[in-house]
Each structure stands twice: as C-alpha cells, then as structure tokens.
Unconditional design. Sequence first.
Length: 93
Amino acid sequence: MRREEDTFPQEVSELAQQAVLEEATQKVCSTFDKALNQLDVDSQILLSDYFGGATVVELSRTRGMSARDVEEWLSHSKRILFQELRQECNVRQ
C-alpha cells in the first residue's frame, strides 16, 4: 500500500504535464491555422504541400512553374506566414 501512496504525486504531476502539453499544442495549432488563413488559397495549398514533404522540383512540375519561381513564392508565403504568427503572438502577450 505504501507504493501506491508514493506513486500518486508522480501520477498527478504526469497528468498535469500532459494536460498542459495538450493545451499548448492546441493553442499553437490554432495560432498557426489563423496565420495560415491570412494567405491566399493558392499560397496555403503551396505551403501545405511543401510542409507535407513535396520538394521544390515537385511543386514546380505540378504547377508548371520554374523551380526559381516556386522558391520565390515559397519565400514570400513563408515570410507573410511568419509575420502573421508574430503579430498573433504579440497580441496574445
């Protein structure tokens, strides 16, 4: 019976950590989704494909664009996304 008493505080601590982690994950995902929704639909799809593992070469082929144009589009879209994330995080602080 002594062992159950010893593990109870540890179990409570682990559950609390898990709850905090889940809440933080939900907030991060929500913030990211809000920022992503500020982009035009084509840029959202491009970033989704890119973050999903598509290479610049694959993206350029499927869109009929040069790799350089896709890289510029990705850079621009990521820059806007990061600006939106910063703005959202600054408002929340």
